[in-house]
Design a protein around this ligand. Structure first.
Ligand SMILES: Nc1ncnc2c1ncn2[C@@H]1O[C@H](COP(=O)(O)OP(=O)(O)OP(=O)(O)O)[C@@H](O)[C@H]1O
Ligand SMILES: [Mg+2]
Length: 1076
């Protein structure tokens, strides 16, 4: 087998390896096997197929999991046998098509855990074994896929497990539906409403320790995402007679016992209660206040907690408990008879009136008198003992019954769906759960059984309407040939019960309301007259001999769809009438208990209309329920009770046969086998499955019927599996549909992939386009910015170059705007260049060539720089060196114009050429303190003969002295020294010019020394005659006496020769002047 791209089922020979022997063993419906095999493959690949088949085989291990597969489907015995087999193996659930039959196991089975829920979650109905979760999930998914409200009708006898089933369904939704924090609150409230309702509305009966004594219809509301968002509860006919009376072995409602057992000491004290149920008449009528299977104390805790979860405030809880306590006190009220026939209360009523929030005297009066209004006049008529007791009981019932109704209203308020997204207050869809009493047949049947069975009759009619009749009409309307199923239409029974003016309820109401002495017997007689000829009604009087024996004189028999039931008319009128006397109502309307004031509204007193009888109220609420159910798609859970003893593992065949009959299970089975499990209008079917066939996908253009036909042919439906009507397709077995659903699931995946791919492509493309456009915009902007910037730079550059060139051309011109820039650059360049290349030492004479405009500034700078260097240099030099320098400067000044002077510069002057030892001590002695500052050996030439004489020239601070050994030959005071002459040659000759008037002086002195520059410099400095030193080129004239002059001629030569020339001059031949 393979799955085509459109989910086509292509049948190939079954592979022996994957086919299990057990699969063939499907009872009586061989072709089922093949179709199952084929459709299983639709779900997925081979791997999954094997698992599913295994599950199917395992499911059929014990009996058949679907009665539709039962070989002998018309046999009740085979039906029961199948139930029995499965029950023995703890397989309590079995299908009849989509109906779930559940048998109460009376023990906890390990089939309700979270993993079980997960196993059923989102899985096709038929892929897993029958379970309440499978139904729940199927209903939920139908609601989601078809968007239609659903309901699950749970029916069965008392104790068959209806309430348990409804709780399981609720738990399943609470666990598996998507949720948010907000929704969790709704879920909690939905779940917690159960213990509260059970405490107030359930009681131990002979048949069930936790029997629901009211009918319950609960709507779970979902939003469009399938999230539970709210709920609503409708209750039906609370059995409030139980408040005042219980049959032997039964109890009052749980809440009374829970409060007595579990209530805190203070709570009981405040309400004047004792922890002993035996003390309260209302609790011991059935003589079994304690039940081993019930833990009242624990249940009390659960209820107290649940009350706060569902939104009952602490004050409201207090008041509710006051009401419960007041009912217990009411039950203990006893009456005594007065002499005049009237009654009085013999027991304490103070606490009771306090709890009810009414005045004590008013309460006493209201319980012992009755207010009658005749001709506009109010009269107080005393009650007799019996009337007083029934007034008391009526008050108890009314108080409890209305408090219960208040509780339901309160729960509804807390569950109300409020969402701003749904302003109309209507949710997207809802699932209704109907947990209502099943058919009841007892030894003695009264008004309650009449109502309960009436309800079942109506439900049966609904089933007939929805399934049988509608179905058959559907086939006829669609022109589909099928084998009609004979079914019993109970419409005539419903009419018998509820028809206006003619029905039993009408007759009952009439009897209750008519003036005169109406009684239960007159009611029976009236019935005989009105409906006596109805085929489903019979009384003792109307019956023939054989039947008559089975019907009492005070009974009437109804032939219900499920069987015959005799009803005893005793109490019918009372139970149907509202027995609460007016003064009791008035009193309650004034109650200070806030719950009671809501329960007993004052409008009731002024309303002139008679209140509706109980039966009419019930009839109306049933009509409302039917309307609700008709608007929804129903699913059914049929609960069966295996035995009356609540025992595990006991399968009481008689009891079960009875229930199979009452529940109409055989009839349902026959219909299922004969009919078609599924039908849908062509457009709906095609719309849903069109993707499974290439011809119908994405849209079918032709006739709808043709489209559906093409589709199912493509899917490989066999002719016997479906029928095409005028506007609908009928599919015989759910499995065919489930297989198609599975194929759709797989197809959805691929469609989703295609959608995803194209969506991703589209979104990525548009994202890319967006990005691209953005990039282009940014790019063009950026390019613009960059190019503008470049153009600006280029323009600036061009301007600069232009200015530069212009400036260059006009560089010689005085500064003007045209050359200003260029000159500035040149200036700047020169100055920066100068900064880097400043001379480092005073001797460094380099200096960059300045531009024309900076010539002057450059010179200034140069000077500054030089001064700076000199200043720094000077700062660094030592005193001796300074002295040396000063002398050198002086020497330079004196000899600077001489070419040969330069060579003497590097030679340092010494402080003296003659040490003290070189000078004669006598000379030193004569000179005394006038210390010799400088001494040098000289040659003195005579003035006349120019004979050389070796002398010493000593310089003092005020005079110079020429010394010959120890003789002071000549003293020359500095102030008398006129000048000093030297030649430009390096002859070492210098002449000291002295004034001739000087008596002591014999004329100028001609001296020669090797250190002429040093000696002359020192002498010039000492004598302060720096400016009086004369450097002669050729000759020096000097005085040799008064008015007489002599001449020294200088000639250059290779070596020094000093001699007297023929002309009488002193001739000196010498090499050019050298430093000595
Ligand atoms: N699925 C189940 N598993 C285990 N025990 C169950 C199951 N269903 C029912 N029971 C047992 O049967 C008892 C009666 O069930 P439940 O109260 O649901 O009956 P009911 O049909 O609601 O009766 P009534 O009409 O009296 O309210 C439960 O208290 C429980 O002990
Ligand atoms: Mg119940």
């Amino acid at each position: 087998m393979a799955i085509g791209p459109f989910g086509t089922v292509k049948t190939q020979p079954a592979q022996s390896g994957t086919r299990r022997p057990g699969t063939n063993r499907i009872h009586g419906w061989g072709r089922q096997d093949d179709s199952r095999m084929r459709y299983r493959a639709v779900a997925a690949g081979e791997g999954i197929r094997v698992i599913m088949e295994t599950a199917l085989t395992a499911r059929d291990r014990v009996g058949v999991q679907d009665f539709v597969l039962l070989e002998n489907y018309t046999s009740e015995a085979a039906f029961i046998e199948n139930l029995r087999k499965r029950f023995k193996e703890n397989l309590i659930y079995t299908y009849i098509g989509s109906i779930l039959v559940s048998v109460n196991p009376y023990k906890e089975l390990e089939i309700y855990s979270k993993p079980h829920m997960d196993r059923y979650h989102g899985v096709s109905f038929y892929e897993v074994s029958p379970h309440i979760y499978a139904i729940s999930d199927n209903v939920y998914r139908s609601m989601r896929t078809e968007g239609r409200d659903q309901c699950i009708l749970i029916s069965g006898e008392s104790g068959a497990g209806k309430t348990e089933a409804s709780k399981k369904i609720l738990q399943y939704y609470a666990m598996t539906c998507p949720a948010s924090e907000q929704v969790q609150k709704v879920k909690d409230r939905l779940l917690q409403s159960n213990p509260v309702l059970e405490a107030f509305g359930n009681a131990k009966t002979l048949r069930n320790d936790n029997s629901s004594r009211f009918g319950k219809y609960m709507d779970i509301q979902f939003d469009f995402k399938g999230v539970p968002v709210g709920g609503h509860i409708l209750s039906f006919l609370l059995e409030n007679s139980r408040v005042v009376h219980q049959n032997h072995g039964e109890r009052n409602f749980h809440i009374f016992y829970q409060m007595i057992e579990g209530g805190e000491e203070e709570l009981l004290q405040q309400r004047g209660l004792e922890r002993n149920p035996q003390r309260y008449y209302y609790l011991v009528k059935g003589k079994c206040p304690k039940v081993s299977s019930i833990n009242d104390r624990n249940d009390w805790k659960v209820v107290r907690k649940a009350l706060s979860v569902i939104g009952v405030s602490d004050e409201e809880v207090e008041e509710l408990l006051n009401i419960i306590a007041s009912v217990l006190h009411l039950g203990n009220v006893q009456f005594g008879m007065e002499d005049n026939g009237g009654v009085y209360i013999t027991t304490e009523t103070q606490m009771m009136s306090q709890l009810l929030g009414v005045e004590g005297t008013r309460l006493n009066e209201a319980l012992t008198y009755r207010k009658i209004i005749t001709q506009g006049e109010e009269l107080m008529s005393p009650l007799n003992l019996e009337q007083a007791a029934s007034a008391r009981d009526a008050l108890s019932k009314a108080v409890y019954g209305r408090a219960f109704a208040w509780l339901i209203d309160n729960i509804n308020t807390s569950l109300a769906f409020r969402d701003p997204a749904y302003p109309t207050g209507r949710c997207a869809a809802a699932i209704g759960l109907l947990d209502i009493y099943g058919f009841e047949v007892f030894q003695h049947n009264s008004f309650e059984q009449f109502c309960i069975n009436y309800c079942n009759e109506k439900l049966q009619q609904l089933v007939i309407e929805l399934t049988l009749k509608q179905e058959q009409e559907d086939y006829t309307a669609e022109g589909v040939a099928w084998e009609p199923v004979q079914y019993f239409n109970n419409k005539s029974i419903c009419d018998l019960l509820e028809e206006k003016f003619k029905g039993i309820i009408s007759v009952l109401d009439e009897e209750c309301l008519r003036p005169g002495d109406a009684s239960d017997i007159t009611f029976l007689e009236k019935l005989e007259v009105t409906v006596g000829d109805h085929p489903h009604f019979v009384t003792h009087k109307l019956a023939d001999g054989k039947t008559r024996k089975a019907i009492g004189r005070e009974e009437f028999r109804l032939l219900h769809y499920a069987g015959e039931v005799n009803y005893n008319v005793n109490g019918f009128l009372d139970k149907n009438n509202d027995l609460l006397y007016r003064n009791l109502k008035e009193m309650m309307c004034r109650s200070e208990n806030r719950i009671l004031t809501q329960c007993f509204e004052r409008d009731e007193l002024t309303d002139q209309k008679r209140p509706e009888t109980t039966a009419t109220q019930f009839k109306n609420s049933l009509a409302k329920l039917m309307e609700i159910l008709m608007s929804k798609e129903p699913s059914y859970v049929r609960c069966i009770k295996p035995n009356d003893a609540k025992q595990t593992g006991r399968f009481d065949e008689v009891l079960i046969r009875h229930q199979v009959k009452y529940l109409g299970l055989m009839q349902s089975l026959r219909i299922r086998r004969a009919g078609f499990a599924y039908r849908r209008r062509y457009e709906v079917f095609l719309q849903r499955y069109k993707s499974l066939c290439p011809e119908t996908w994405p849209n079918w253009q032709g006739q709808l019927a043709e489209g559906v036909s093409t589709l199912v042919r493509h899917l490989g439906y066999q002719p016997e599996e479906y029928k095409l009507g005028r506007s609908k397709i009928f599919i015989r077995l759910p499995k065919t549909l489930f297989a198609t659903e599975d194929a759709l699931e797989i197809r959805k995946q691929s469609i989703a992939t295609v959608l995803q791919t194209s969506w991703r492509g589209y979104s990525k493309r548009s994202k890319y386009q967006k990005l691209r456009n953005a990039v282009i915009t940014i790019q063009s902007w950026w390019r613009g910015v960059v190019d503008r910037r470049k153009a600006r730079v280029r323009k600036q550059a061009a301007d600069t170059i232009r200015r530069f060139i212009k400036g260059f051309i006009l560089r010689e011109q005085p500064q003007c705007p045209e050359n200003e820039y260029f000159l500035a650059i040149v200036r700047h360049t020169f100055l920066t260049n100068l900064r880097k290349n400043l001379p480092r030492t005073v001797l460094d004479k380099s200096w960059p060539r300045p531009p024309l405009t900076l010539t002057e500034a450059s010179e200034h700078l140069r000077n500054l720089c030089m001064q700076n260097m000199v200043w720094r240099y000077c700062r660094r030099i030592q005193p001796e060196w300074r002295n040396q320098m000063e002398q050198k400067v002086v020497a330079s000044e004196i000899f600077k114009d001489k070419d040969s002077y330069a060579r003497s510069v590097p030679r340092l002057f010494v402080s003296t050429r003659l040490n003290r030892e070189d000078i004669n001590p006598k000379v030193l002695q004569v000179l005394g303190d006038d210390t010799v500052l400088y001494g040098v050996a000289v040659t003195k030439y005579d003035r006349r003969g120019y004979r050389p004489r070796q002398r010493q020239l000593l310089l003092g601070s005020a005079f110079a002295i020429i010394v010959e050994e120890a003789k002071l030959k000549q003293r020359i005071d500095y102030e008398t020294l006129i000048g000093i002459s030297v030649s430009s040659l390096s002859d070492g000759i210098f002449v000291l010019h002295l004034p001739y008037e000087e008596k002591k002086q014999k004329g100028d002195v001609v001296l020669q020394t090797e250190h002429v520059i040093e000696a002359v410099t020192k002498l010039a400095i000492s004598a302060d005659k720096v400016h009086s030193v004369n450097v002669s080129q050729d000759s020096i004239k000097f005085a040799v006496g008064r008015g007489k002059e002599a001449v020294i001629d200088f000639k250059p030569g290779s070596k020094l020769v000093v001699a007297k020339a023929k002309n009488g001059h002193l001739s000196v031949m010498a090499p050019p002047l050298k430093s000595r």
